[in-house]
Design a protein around this ligand. Structure first.
Ligand code: SF4
Length: 210
């Protein structure tokens, strides 16, 4: 696939999903950081339910530290992997308080130095909160971009690299949201709804299976 077709796919997705945006509810970078850590292996709907009360009780990193591991585990239990997530959140909060004046760092590199923050989480926070151009590759972006042919890769790292090559930098962040919307609403993992998909003419998977 070439860059022209890659951009055409984004144009169609923009028309199809004019309201594509982050679905995690967060009113500042700190909340987005915590919500994104919680969202691993969990739905955004579930995370939003949990964070609604959590952010009221704990608006700052110090509030999380004061809450402690056990009580935090209780509050986030329904998000899954709660022991590990609580440990990572508290580890991250400790660093934010000690090294960043309780603020969230703005670069992908600094974000990745926090416990529980991998490339995907760092990309999400940096792009949605600080305007850094980035394509976070989650399960939906990985699946849809490889089905479409925007990427042809076996790993998320390689997929991110190939998407960066084929898509213009100023569209990376939007592409992330658009591909997630496509994956959630049409290009489902088990049964993609190709019959209603506006990308049939551009999709390698569709062309190879029809
Ligand atoms: S045509 Fe089918 S496989 Fe291709 S992007 Fe659309 S839903 Fe997914």
């Amino acid at each position: 696939m070439n860059q022209v077709e890659g951009e055409k796919i984004l144009d169609i997705l923009e028309e199809t999903f004019p309201d594509a945006r982050p679905e995690l509810v967060a009113s500042n970078p700190f909340e987005m950081l915590i919500a994104t850590i919680l969202s691993a292996q969990c739905t955004d709907v579930r995370v939003n339910k949990v964070t609604e009360g959590l952010f009221k009780d704990c608006p700052s990193p110090q509030d999380f530290l004061d809450l402690g591991q056990e009580k935090l585990e209780e509050k986030i239990r329904s998000c899954g992997f709660y022991k590990n997530k609580a440990k990572n959140i508290l580890g991250a909060c400790e660093i934010l308080v000690a090294d960043y004046d309780s603020k969230v760092p703005e670069t992908i590199e600094d974000l990745m130095s926090l416990p529980g923050v991998g490339k995907k989480t760092a990309n999400v926070v940096a792009s949605t909160c600080f305007g850094v151009d980035a394509i976070a590759v989650d399960t939906h972006v990985f699946r849809t971009s490889n089905r479409l042919g925007l990427a042809k890769a076996k790993t998320v790292e390689e997929t991110e690299r190939q998407l960066q090559e084929i898509l213009p930098k100023n569209r990376w962040t939007k592409a992330h949201h658009l591909l997630i919307f496509l994956g959630r609403r049409i290009c489902a993992s088990r049964k993609p709804k190709c019959e209603i998909c506006p990308l049939q003419d551009h999709c390698r998977y569709y062309q190879n299976t029809n």
